[in-house]
Design a protein around this ligand. Structure first.
Ligand SMILES: Cc1ncc(C[n+]2csc(CCOP(=O)(O)OP(=O)(O)O)c2C)c(N)n1
Ligand SMILES: [Mg+2]
Length: 711
């Protein structure tokens, strides 16, 4: 390597040799005695390997390698080798921390050819604080963003984040609940670990709702909180809340740091638990211990340094052949099969469509599975439940075989009767199998991998009539939806807004919504296509995640549209986060459906209970002026002919933008098929003094007429 190489310095721990385009880091770690060599070409990590491997590769590349050469030769095996081999991914060099980013295959700052001195890594390791170790270890786990709000219980961690801000982004929120929703949304949209941070006491308490959202929808999230001084715990000190008790129910992993030497072990275990069990890991750290130096924390006799790892691989489980065969037998024996595909089937769309084709089986999608297959596929009848479609309900009613794939859809009344239909269920979590439906065969495994082994055993069904009926039902349903989406009368209908937004969405947009009547409009009028992603608070069904999810989506995928489609009630709960989008210049788009009411609850009071509405009206807010007050732009539409131009202007705006759509508060989110009891309750509610009975009766009557016209 001598001709173009330039050896600069050999330190006690790291030997660094720097070449023009080739940076070679020889990492001989004192602590765990591993010796690895890392080579960067053109500023990117080429590979990491054992001692001597850099030399071997140099010869292989004829002494003049480029990144392209490297990629052409040895990409696959070595890049995967990079994933787990660097125990601490930083070098301290010329007084700067140089982070090696093995997961992104990049080196953050090429260090150039200048002379460079290395401090002893051992010394600098010992000088680090618990908070330093914590944030460095998060970096090792690939964490690049933390959502949170500072406070005096976490200032040590804030300092470690500040000194590493080039490598890990801190996104400051206005309410910790939003930080937890953001971490959850980030995890849902990226599949990676989402991380949120809050101070002791009130900050930690605020996280809880967003964390429950993560727990209930199976999103891997790490929550970091502060705690009072380690030797004052248990003395009712200010902001002392027993966080381990408080987080016990929400977290799959819940621990308190007891010293700087404890941090790395807990971070490793916490990240691994959240990812493996798809839930919340909570780690709390007493405020004084955050600043404790590693050298000041005496190791216990039994603790061996560096005994844990940041390696994690998601399992791709496949059930055993015998079970797959039994499942295939049940499915092949049916004549009317429905596939119910939920969140756990995301990424298995192609296989599901193949199966649907073979079995002539409609695919029904619970809301979190909306993006499993495109809404315009001839094999899907769309959603199910109160916000679903009539053809999905009919198909499930008539099915003689049910395949549940990655779903624990809660509303069992929409599933087939247990004695008239045979069931097969695929789920990665064995504890969910048989939870909602008495299936005959449970296939515990990854949906896609399981379908891949199941498909070759499935026979092509000759009788296509069941699917044909579902498709005919969908033609009528789409026509009905189309009629409702194109009503040009006033007041403006929310469906018109949703359908117009749908036209303007990019094929890779990420759409987040809230709980309310808004969910019904999103479910029925946003037609998922291409690489679009969609989510909301599915199982917790919380209001307010729409905006934080959209912010997280934009941070994770800056090049994609991130749209929040929300109600006025849900939006106002966390609308301070609109300022967060402005602060970080995140051009998210927020559509607020303004009906000045907690709409969903109003209809529930009437339709489910037969009561007049009570306590649901909202004091109107001018959201356009709110957006402007935050430093963004806002648009308004009130009439059907204003909708498209307002939404287009919002989409085209440079920065974050909002569109307030003032809609008819009397537009009911009717179930696909109204039950007699629901109609009766509605009538009772009107008779018992529903204050808006005149307007409601009128709207219902008008809808009925236009439905009939639409058919
Ligand atoms: C945090 C939380 N509080 C209360 C509820 C109960 N809830 C469900 S939907 C809803 C109304 C939502 O109102 P809005 O956001 O205006 O949407 P709309 O129904 O009017 O479309 C309420 C209060 C909830 N799901 N989550
Ligand atoms: Mg509302």
């Amino acid at each position: 390597m001598a001709d173009s190489g330039h050896a600069v310095h050999t330190g006690g721990t790291f030997r660094v040799e720097i070449y023009q385009r080739v940076h070679w880091y020889s990492l001989a770690r004192l602590n765990n005695r591993t010796h690895r060599e890392l080579l960067a070409v053109d500023g990117r990590v080429a590979f990491v390997g054992g001692a001597g491997v850099a030399d071997w590769w140099w010869k292989l590349a004829g002494g003049r390698p480029t990144w392209r050469d490297y990629m052409a030769r040895v990409e696959a095996p070595l890049v995967s080798d990079i994933q787990g081999v660097i125990a601490e991914n930083w070098l301290e060099c010329c007084g700067e921390i140089l982070t090696l980013d093995p997961r992104a295959s990049t080196v953050s700052t090429p260090i150039g050819r200048t002379a460079c001195t290395l401090r002893s890594a051992e010394a600098s390791f010992m000088a680090r604080t618990a908070a330093d170790v914590l944030v460095d270890r998060l970096l090792d786990w690939g964490v690049r963003v933390v959502f949170g709000l500072p406070g005096d219980g976490i200032n040590g961690i804030m300092e470690a984040l500040r000194t590493r801000q080039d490598h890990i982004r801190f996104v400051q929120v206005r309410h910790e609940e939003a930080a937890a929703f953001m971490a959850c949304g980030y995890a849902k949209y990226t599949g990676k670990l989402g991380v949120c941070l809050a101070t002791s006491g009130p900050g930690a308490i605020h996280l809880l709702n967003g964390l429950y959202d993560a727990k209930m929808d199976g999103a891997p999230v790490l929550a970091l909180t502060g705690q009072t001084y380690h030797d004052l715990i248990g003395t009712r000190y200010q902001q002392e809340v027993d966080l381990l008790s408080l987080f016990k129910d929400v977290a799959v992993y819940n621990q308190q740091i007891l010293g700087a030497g404890h941090v790395r072990t807990l971070v490793d275990a916490g990240c691994r638990a959240a990812l493996s069990r798809r839930g919340v890991a909570h780690i709390t750290c007493p405020v004084d211990l955050q600043e404790q130096k590693v050298s000041d924390d005496e190791r216990s006799k039994k603790s061996v340094e560096g005994h844990t790892s940041d390696v994690w691989q998601p399992p791709i489980a496949v059930p055993c052949e015998q079970d797959v065969r039994r499942a295939a037998d049940v499915l092949n024996a049916g004549t009317r099969t429905v596939i119910l595909a939920g969140q756990g089937a995301l990424g298995a769309g192609r296989e599901l469509l193949q199966l649907a084709e073979l079995l002539a089986a409609p695919i029904v999608k619970p809301l979190l599975g909306k993006a499993v297959v495109p809404d315009d596929s001839p094999f899907t009848t769309g959603g199910i439940g109160l916000l679903g479609t009539a053809p999905s309900e009919v198909a499930l009613e008539k099915a003689d075989t049910l395949l549940m794939a990655g779903t624990s859809f809660p509303y069992m009344e929409f599933l087939p009767k247990h004695d008239g239909c045979r069931g097969v269920q695929i789920d990665a979590d064995p504890a969910r199998i048989g939870l909602r439906y008495p299936v005959e065969v449970g296939l515990c495994g990854d949906t896609r991998a399981t379908l891949q082994v199941l498909l070759p055993l499935i026979r092509h069904r000759e009788d296509r009539s069941f699917l044909a009926q579902a498709q005919e039902g969908m033609r009528d349903w789409r026509e009905l939806m189309n009629t409702r989406a194109h009503r040009d009368g006033e007041p403006l209908k929310p469906q018109v807004v949703a359908a117009t937004l749908n036209d303007l969405l990019a094929d890779d947009a990420i759409i987040s919504t809230d709980s309310g009547t808004i969910t019904t409009w999103a479910a029925r009028y946003l037609q998922i296509r291409g690489r679009q992603q969609f989510s909301c608070s599915g199982n917790l069904a919380s209001m307010a995640p729409g905006l934080p999810y959209a912010i997280a989506a934009k941070i994770a995928f800056p090049e994609r549209q991130a749209v929040a489609f929300v109600g006025d009630g849900g939006f106002t709960m966390l609308m301070g986060e609109f300022a967060t989008a402005v602060k970080y210049r995140l051009p998210i788009k927020v559509v607020v459906i303004k009906n000045n009411v907690l709409g969903m609850i109003k209809w529930e009071q009437m339709v489910f209970l037969g009561n007049p509405e009570y306590g649901v009206e909202l004091e109107p807010i001018d959201f356009v002026r709110f957006a402007e007050a935050c430093g963004a732009v806002g648009f308004r539409c009130e009439r059907p002919d204003e909708v498209r131009s307002a939404l287009e202007a919002m989409m085209l705006a440079d920065g974050p933008a909002l569109c307030e759509a003032v809609v008819d508060p009397f537009e009911p989110p009717m179930p696909a098929r109204v039950k007699a009891s629901q109609a009766l309750h509605m009538a009772e509610s009107l008779a018992r003094g529903e204050p808006n009975r005149g307007r409601i009766a009128l709207t219902l009557f008008r809808d009925k007429v236009s439905d009939l016209k639409g058919r």
